[in-house]
Ligand binder design. Sequence first.
Ligand code: PSU
Ligand code: MN
Length: 307
Amino acid sequence: MSLLKPKLSQEVADALANGGAIVALESTIITHGMPYPANLETALSVEAVVRENGAVPATIAVIDGELRVGLERDELENLAQAKGVVKASGRDLAVAMVRGQTAGTTVSATMLLAELAGIEIFATGGVGGVHRGAEQTFDISADLTELGRTRTAVVCAGVKSILDIAKTLEYLETQRVPVIAYGTEDFPAFFTRQSGYKADHRLDTAEEIASAMHFHHQLGTGTGLLIANPIPEKAALTPDFIDGTIADAVREADERGIGRKELTPFLLARINELSKGESLKANIELVRNNARLAAKMAVAYAALKKG
Ligand code: PSU
Ligand code: MN
């Protein structure tokens, strides 16, 4: 059976045809990860960072049932304000198409659509992972199983301690996903530069990471790579400040019985409220920082593939 081709923006289609550098961007961060208008400002600013660093941005979403790779400004504006938008992981895409729904794509769905489009590098803020208490709830994000089967390099700032970071790293090991920290030994924890855990590997340049990607795919591993890029020092929050806030949000979610796909958006929104917007500021800076690294990787990777 032949695979679907998502609808590409002209700019993305041209870049693909010319072997140019492209960075995929997700849209659940717009629809379920940040409040309006910060979500729109962030989406636009992240696209600008990708361009400033020599690559073409490809924000991915489902709009009125259509799979889309590369959005125009008015489409981003609509998505950022739309009500009742679906949060789609890979498994939800087919039904969204049948029902003509508009959906923000999670890391898992964005990886899948990027691969269908032929885009190999993707920048986001944080990936989903193994939730705290997963030994009871079994709540493990589909982002992790997608990384185990889809050949996309995902640049993130590590994972938030809303998750069980140790179990998340174990799960990535089981899924044969290399975890490469950029410029550090430490696996970062989103708002902070250290999680208390080491990454599997350290590489210090975008070119080296692009080469590692190239070999990883030439080996036929068939899996993605997780690139962990620590939040810039200036934007980082202190563990003292954020850990208590995260613990309060997790406790509240538990008391209110919030689970499944509602859990992560609830925690993100609650942490933003409880931190009086401090977490949102940090979040915006780290996504921009990830877009910068991903664009540099994409430029190096495009050169490698041409060479
Ligand atoms: N973590 C964040 N910000 C986000 C998400 C996670 O810090 O926006 C979003 C991403 O789209 C991610 C999704 O793919 O949540 C994971 O959801 P779940 O935990 O339900 O798998
Ligand atoms: Mn989940």
